[in-house]
Design a protein around this ligand. Sequence first.
Ligand code: AMP
Length: 590
Amino acid sequence: MDYIQLTELYEKLESTSKRLEKTIILAEFLKNCPKKDVDKIMLLVQGIVFPKSDDRKIGVASKLIVKALNIASGITTDDIEKTWKKTGDLGLTSEELIKKKRQHTLFSQDLTVDKVFSNIQKLATIEGLGSTDVKLKTIAELLTSAKPKEAKYITRTVLEDLRVGLGEGTLRDAIAIAYYERHGGKVDLESKDPSFGGGSELVKIRDSIQEAYDVTNDYAIVAQMIIDDDINILQTLELNTQKPVKVMLAQKAKNVSEAFETVGRPAAIEYKYDGFRMLIGKHGDKVTIHTRRLENVSAQFPEVVKLIRENITTESCIIDGEAVGYNPQTKKYVPFQNISQRIKRKYDIEQMAKDVPVELNIFDIIYYDGKSTIKETFSERRKLIEKIIKEKPFHIRLAQQVITDNDNDAEKFYKKSLDAGNEGVMFKNINAPYKPGSRVGTWIKLKPVMETLDVVIVAAEWGEGKRTGWLTSYTVAIYDEDTDNYLEIGKFGTGIKEKKGEEDLNDENIVSFNELTEALKPYIITEKGREVTIKPNIVVELKFEEIQKSPSYSSGYALRFPRLVRIRMDRRPDESSTLNQVEGFYKEQY
Ligand code: AMP
């Protein structure tokens, strides 16, 4: 397939913000897409060339694109930078400059999807001496053959900043419709019915695709497998102990009775540990640890790997739990921030494991002895973990739990959990299956603190005076699931330590400007004067006084007196608070 066809799809997708329209546009495209291109298309429309669970990154800086553009267009880097300043967007800049291109290339060929895909993939694997030059050539080769529109999207893909707004639900529904139509079904796009007149058959197809996605985290595999085959082939997909799975998420309740109301009585109530989530796969001696961002952190937690090998009595499993840091001297739990540094650590790992040890609290199992246990009830799954885990205090334990239908007992347990230094409790429906990646009403969290939001930093300003060299005044956004977009909701600049490491007992802030700046720097997209736009990647938790309606921000809401609580290195940007949640909070206030 020619790449130009894909860019036409991108343009159509960009032209609407409505989820339904995007679904139809993509479905139509997939319906006619040659099978051999389906997997690449499914990745490229998400702006990626590796599945989300793959650790490889394209890792190309804007500056290299500027150089590649210079080679491809013959326009000087100074002039390119000028256009870039004007458009504020390197994708648009590429488009404009390729249009103006002075140097006509005689042998430029039509770009194919294959060519673009493989060149961009190659960028992630080029390493070592002279790698920058090879990368430059690889990008320039594409831009030289590119038509203006193609240049725009190639640039955005290389910068991992495509933004055509396809949420996971949209991708799933589009594959379902395309499959249905390729197999003789006919949808009625005018129909008001959510399944477009495809009825229960289309709903079943959609559910099978969702289930397959829960297992693989990869729509490329799923779509490619079924597109010209029988949907039942998806049954052959099984969880893999070395691949990440999205974790199940919780909704919240205000009090014990509301929590019971949602999950039903009796409920399993558990300590809500304040650490970070680990999904741990074991196959024989091979142990793989993933965070909820699907990052592989096995190397950062060698002691956990050893613990699992020695204290889990089954050949293969995937268990879900929370790693909580504790002070090795006092044996008291420490706040999440103290162990978050372990996630990215590349050196002195063994020492770090001694200084900041973690205790694993296991609360679920999704795979056991070669089979998924997702569909079993929570009670059944709990029995399994009770059977296979040898508990060892301060190393590995089962989550503390009571099962009760009684408000008083629940209150007592809640208090006991808080007294033990936890964040609150989790209520769980004892008959419910495990739902990867979903925030369903069968898990409910209850905690006493003031409301906080998890938001993504999307812009900032370079500081002045004593804050020179640091990013300050951070613009933050929430996630809109329907359009896969980030919507601004305010700015914050308080709750941050001026200096790193200096212990000031009156300073309750835990994160410094310096730390925030270092975390954000790799994601800077554009700079205009002091203003910097930042690719959504770093999630922070903010306290605030109130949510107000506001025309100044694209979410339509603003936070009053926002203040930083902590950086959430463990969160993916699309796991931040959503527009729906903010709307809910807003209504709840009154
Ligand atoms: P929150 O991060 O506030 O959305 O709360 C949900 C998180 O609590 C989960 O993602 C886990 O990381 C954590 N957690 C702590 N203890 C438990 C537990 N017993 N069951 C489930 N999640 C838990």
